[in-house]
Design a protein around this ligand. Structure first.
Ligand SMILES: [Zn+2]
Length: 441
């Protein structure tokens, strides 16, 4: 054995130099942390002494680091309809030439005409440490036009302004909903804390396989694993996406995992066999979130599929958006006897759909137009022979009526065998995440 033993007695001098090295390193790290804290702190609305200009974690323009320490006073303003930035700055006592300079700088990175009503803009006022408020001056502004970016306009020492767009790194955090449905799917999902945007997405996903007005029953179970996006201060900045969704309906659990192969440009949802959730046609071709599908109040004179009635009726509030059930071409659009305002679409593979009693058609839509699945084609009404607002939806295959409830169309996408092993791994990861969240509930 020629190796050195692990424990050796160190000469005292060597030990001392090591100690001072540790000490110096420690001080260095402390300084680094102090520096980091000093420059990268959360956005706060309190006036404070700070060497930092407009807070823009984690981005800071290097030249701004030399600005002197200032008392900062941010003022939040929400843009109202018809407001312009120029007027808004003028209204806050900022003189026209200063406002001009700030807006000129802003225009280099962001077009203020893109600003929408409701946009929050933070104006920054500051005065030197040790001075009084009378020395207060306009120091710039910042705004968050999209969840992942912040536009910052900053006054420099020479009274010129400079603007940058800083990234706001968002962190995705997973959430789990696991609930029994006691009202509509929409209400149940909303009550569990899911944001309206995600619930709508969820409903659109299940619209291919579930008729929300007839098939959802009290006691059905909904499981959703989804994400939300948080800014560096821990505030919700944006809704995320649905990673996994399962609906136990009439005792049968339909579960789908979000997945994307390398060849795909968008994510799809697949069942355990690798079959996508999407079908040629939707079972619920209208905004399911707005369906009046409370249990027990689904009475309608002509509900469901009978020999006399060759379609299904969705009782829905007047004005509820109606979707094209699948990609296709509009073959009829206008009035037709008892149907009132109706649209017919041809979808290929000899499938056709009919939507009747509409209040109106989507503007600009005409015969011969190509429509995509989920596109809004009109709104629920009671035109023609109808006792109340509802959508009459009918599917024909080879010119024979098909009961939409019994319709079991094949999946639009099926994962190739070569992807199945990786998909299984991906499923396990999501399942594990869901189990961990469930354990923490
Ligand atoms: Zn009908």
């Amino acid at each position: 054995m020629t190796e050195q033993p692990i424990m050796t007695e160190q000469p005292k001098a060597k030990l001392k130099s090591r100690r001072s090295f540790v000490l110096v390193s420690f001080i260095f790290i402390l300084c680094a942390i102090w520096g980091f804290e000093n420059y990268y702190v959360p956005d706060e609305n309190n006036a404070r002494i700070s060497a930092r200009p407009v807070p823009a974690r984690p981005f800071i323009a290097p030249q701004w680091l030399n600005l002197p320490p200032m008392h900062r006073q941010p003022v939040e303003v929400v843009l109202e309809k018809g407001d312009t930035l120029m007027e808004m700055l003028g209204g806050r006592g900022i003189d026209a030439s200063t406002a001009d300079k700030a807006l000129d700088a802003l225009r280099l990175v962001y077009d203020p005409r893109r600003l929408q009503e409701g946009q929050t803009i933070r104006l920054l006022f500051e005065y030197p440490a040790g001075a009084t408020q009378s020395a207060r001056q306009f120091a710039g502004l910042d705004l968050i036009p999209a969840p992942t970016e912040r536009v910052i306009v900053r006054r420099l020492n020479n009274d010129q302004f400079e603007a940058v767009i800083a990234n706001r790194p968002l962190t995705d955090r997973p959430f789990l909903t696991d609930i029994e449905i006691t009202s509509s799917l929409y209400e149940a999902a909303r009550a569990s804390g899911m944001a309206p945007k995600l619930v709508l997405r969820l409903i659109q996903l299940f619209s291919f396989t579930v008729d929300f007005q007839r098939e959802i029953r009290q006691g059905d179970r909904l499981e959703v694993l989804y994400t939300r996006r948080f800014d560096p201060n821990g505030a919700i900045a944006d809704e995320g996406e649905i990673l996994f969704a399962a609906l136990t309906n009439k005792g049968e659990r339909k579960a789908y995992w979000q997945y994307k192969t390398n060849e795909q440009t968008t994510v799809l949802y697949y069942d355990i066999q690798g079959k996508s959730m999407t079908r040629l046609l939707m079972k619920t071709p209208l905004d399911g979130a707005r369906l009046s599908s409370r249990f027990g109040i689904r009475k309608h004179p002509i509900l469901g599929y009978t020999s006399l009635h060759r379609g299904v009726d969705f009782a829905a509030r007047r004005g509820t958006p109606i979707y094209a059930a699948g990609d296709g071409i509009i073959t009829a659009l206008g009035r037709e006897g008892d149907w009132g305002r109706r649209i017919r679409i041809e979808h290929g593979q000899n499938y056709k759909t009919l939507y009747a009693h509409l209040r109106n058609f989507a503007s600009g839509l005409k015969v011969g137009d190509r429509v995509t699945q989920g596109q809004i084609i009109g709104h629920v009404g009671s035109s023609g022979l109808a006792t109340g607002p509802h959508l009459h939806y009918e599917i024909t295959h080879n010119n024979k009526s098909v009961n939409p409830l019994a319709l079991n169309l094949p999946a639009q996408n099926i994962l190739a065998t070569s992807h199945m092993a990786h998909f299984a791994e991906h499923r396990q990861t999501l399942n594990k995440l869901a189990a961990e969240l469930a354990a923490g509930l």
